[in-house]
Design a binder for this molecule. Structure first.
Ligand code: PXL
Length: 298
């Protein structure tokens, strides 16, 4: 059904420059989330994945683009950062005008951009929950982040985060010991929580058998989130989708564990229901299926 009935002709079109107040009020309960991330031309990861995820979970998404990546799921062909002034301008104009309920960061690509994002959030004195997905490498192995940028993450952005969501490789790059099993995963997560003084969701991927187990470390406790591991599906964009789904839950007022549990179900359903096309080179191209139907998957 149209939100304001205008498609049925029930509401007269507004005169130029006027707003109809009930159009605004009728949408006041739709939470708003902001993603500060890169653009993936193939649209399975990055801000495109974030926006699809926000929409599927009933959240209105705003974007601050940090860089533009020309790529397909298996191959990055070019990456260009946006200027730091432009990154700051996008975040500022949005934060000063929209009631943003939660935000996330994705690919930030350089020391200068990470620092700008952190400084802008500080300058805005934002108290909005912030999910930091520390994107370092593309699923296909291509480096996406300036190698010396990890220390800027640690020094400037992590202290502002409500939740940090590394996968196992990222955890090691952030200083954890090599992770081989559940025990070393627990040790690594505790270490990162102690080091960064904020909640850590350590994503286990296919570490243990038939299940994909993620561990949340918060206030000295560990909570496990488990879903069947979906085999033989390209996972480009999984991390972006997962952190965006958590952000959507926080924007809607869910507790962190509830937001993670729903996000885990959503991302698993997006993988299981993956889309597939025959590409022009004859190879299959897979993409996550961000259908809203997955938002209610059991
Ligand atoms: O999946 C990590 C990722 C995040 N953000 C952007 C990307 C990618 C992977 O390629 O392009 C913009």
């Amino acid at each position: 059904m149209p939100l304001n009935g205008s498609a049925t002709g029930a509401v007269a079109p507004p005169k130029h420059g006027t707003l109809i107040s009930h159009q605004i009020n009728s949408n006041i309960n739709i939470p708003i989330a902001l993603t500060i991330a890169g653009s993936d031309s193939s649209a399975g990861a990055g801000i495109q994945a974030d926006l699809k995820t926000f929409s599927a979970l009933g959240v209105y998404g705003l974007t601050a683009v940090t860089c533009v990546v020309a790529e397909i799921p298996a191959k990055v062909s070019r990456l260009e950062p946006v200027s730091v002034e432009m990154v700051r301008a996008q975040i500022e104009v949005l934060a000063k005008n929209f009631p943003i309920a939660a935000m996330k960061t994705g690919l930030l690509c350089s020391r200068a951009i990470i620092s700008t994002v952190a400084q802008t959030i500080l300058d805005l004195r934002s108290k909005t929950p912030l999910v930091v997905d520390p994107v370092i490498t593309a699923t296909g192995g291509h480096p996406l982040l300036e190698s010396s940028a990890i220390e800027v993450y640690q020094d400037e952005l992590f202290p502002l985060g409500t939740l940090i969501t590394p996968n196992l490789d990222e955890a090691v790059q952030l200083g954890a010991d090599k992770i081989r099993d559940r025990e070393s995963m627990e040790r690594a997560g505790k270490e990162l929580e102690r080091k960064f003084k904020t909640a850590i969701l350590l994503k286990g991927g296919h570490l243990s058998g038939d299940d994909a187990v993620d561990l949340l470390f918060t206030n000295g406790t560990i909570t496990a989130f488990t879903a069947p591991f979906v085999r033989d599906v390209a996972t480009h964009g999984t991390g972006c989708t997962y952190s965006a789904a958590i952000t959507a839950g926080l924007a809607a007022g869910m507790s962190m564990p509830d937001a993670i549990a729903r996000a885990k179900k959503f991302v698993t359903a997006c993988i299981a229901g993956r889309l597939r096309w025959k590409g022009t080179s004859g190879h299959n191209i897979d993409a996550l299926n961000h259908s809203a139907d997955n938002a209610i998957a059991d």
